[in-house]
Ligand binder design. Structure first.
Ligand SMILES: [Mg+2]
Length: 338
């Protein structure tokens, strides 16, 4: 069908040179063929094009059969598009994300408890593993300008795409799969940068989902939720592994010891039993990782006399800071969610 439509479009162009007609027939402004999906969604549908006696194609002066119009020189017929099997495309679901909403894509490691044991991650936090996660997330920001800010903890990362993002026509499956793919591929590619000669013994996998937030307040609440979660998990895990590694408790005993304890009790336990001041732990462990773009100077070239030409560009940078309070992060980066 598309083949004959293209054929018709070219005939029409040759005859009348009308760009507007091309657009109706599934061609973009520059003569690029639009996808079948785009053509199907056009107000002027295929049925109208081929059956209505009032449409312009049926008013061709020469009265030729549309299907007999030759393809332009060099054009190749698309067999699939013209086959009886094309109806299978009707089974595809439209998963376009609502417009004007902030998109959060959260990815999460699959079976990372087992993965971390297999690769002997340090407990409760392995800095190499966290740095690797951050490096993968930076690559996502390098690849996708629509991502304004990312937040990561443990084996998960959240990527916030601007509400005006047009990436893949806002199709959820496309956006989620490409971000997960970019992240996972980088996890493998950059593994040795952080783990040296230690082999990657199993396949790291991540799932992903897209969530829509209608306004900045709800989006900020989402990010707050993830950072609060980081603190809760880190404090619990720090206590748990201190009880196991230093006090010699079994996992079940450590779990029972911590059951029902609040934040203050956990801090007291860490300090009184193990001499650990929770506030002195690394910010990366307590607050998670925030990635935004910052201006950074770089040497673009050297002049003939050897003088360096310095320019600036925006590059993703990792920060370990509070994103719950307004000051200083949000007030200093007000443009992030504008
Ligand atoms: Mg997880």
């Amino acid at each position: 069908m598309l083949c004959s439509l293209r054929s018709a479009a070219w005939c029409h162009l040759n005859r009348w040179g009308a760009n507007s007609s091309l657009r109706h027939l599934g061609f973009g402004l520059h003569g690029r063929a639009l996808s079948w999906r785009q053509v199907s969604k056009s107000p002027l549908d295929v049925h109208t094009l081929t059956s209505s006696p009032s449409n312009s194609l049926h008013q061709q002066p020469w009265g030729a059969n549309l299907r007999s119009c030759p393809l332009p020189a060099g054009a190749r017929p698309r067999r699939m598009a013209n086959s009886k099997y094309e109806y299978v495309k009707d089974f595809e679901l439209d998963d376009t994300l609502l417009p004007n909403c902030w998109i959060v894509v959260r990815i999460d490691g699959k079976g990372f408890t087992r993965f971390s044991e297999l690769h002997k991650f340090e407990k409760p936090n392995d800095k190499r593993a966290l740095d690797l996660m951050d490096a993968c997330a930076k690559e996502v920001l390098n690849e996708f300008p629509d991502v304004r800010i990312a937040f990561g903890e443990s084996d998960e990362y959240s990527f916030v795409l601007h509400k005006s993002a047009k990436l893949y026509g806002r199709r959820s499956s496309k956006i989620v799969s490409i971000l997960v793919s970019c992240f996972s591929a980088n996890y493998v590619r950059q593994w040795s940068n952080f783990f040296g000669n230690q082999p990657l013994s199993s396949t790291p996998m991540f799932d992903g989902r897209a969530i829509l937030y209608p306004d900045v307040k709800t989006l900020r609440d989402y990010l707050t939720w993830r950072q609060v979660d980081t603190h809760i998990n880190n404090q619990y895990n720090t206590c748990f592994w201190a009880l196991v590694h230093q006090a010699g408790l079994s996992n079940a005993e450590a779990q029972a010891t911590l059951k029902g304890t609040d934040t203050g009790a956990k801090n007291e336990l860490l300090f009184s039993q193990f001499g650990i001041n929770y506030t002195h732990l690394p910010e990366q462990f307590k607050k998670g990782s925030v990635i935004i773009r910052r201006h950074q100077e770089f040497v673009a070239k050297h002049q003939d006399d050897g003088t360096a030409v310095v320019r600036t560009r925006r590059v993703p940078v990792v920060m370990y800071c509070d994103i719950i309070k307004e000051q200083p992060f949000w007030s200093e980066n007000a443009d992030l969610l504008s």
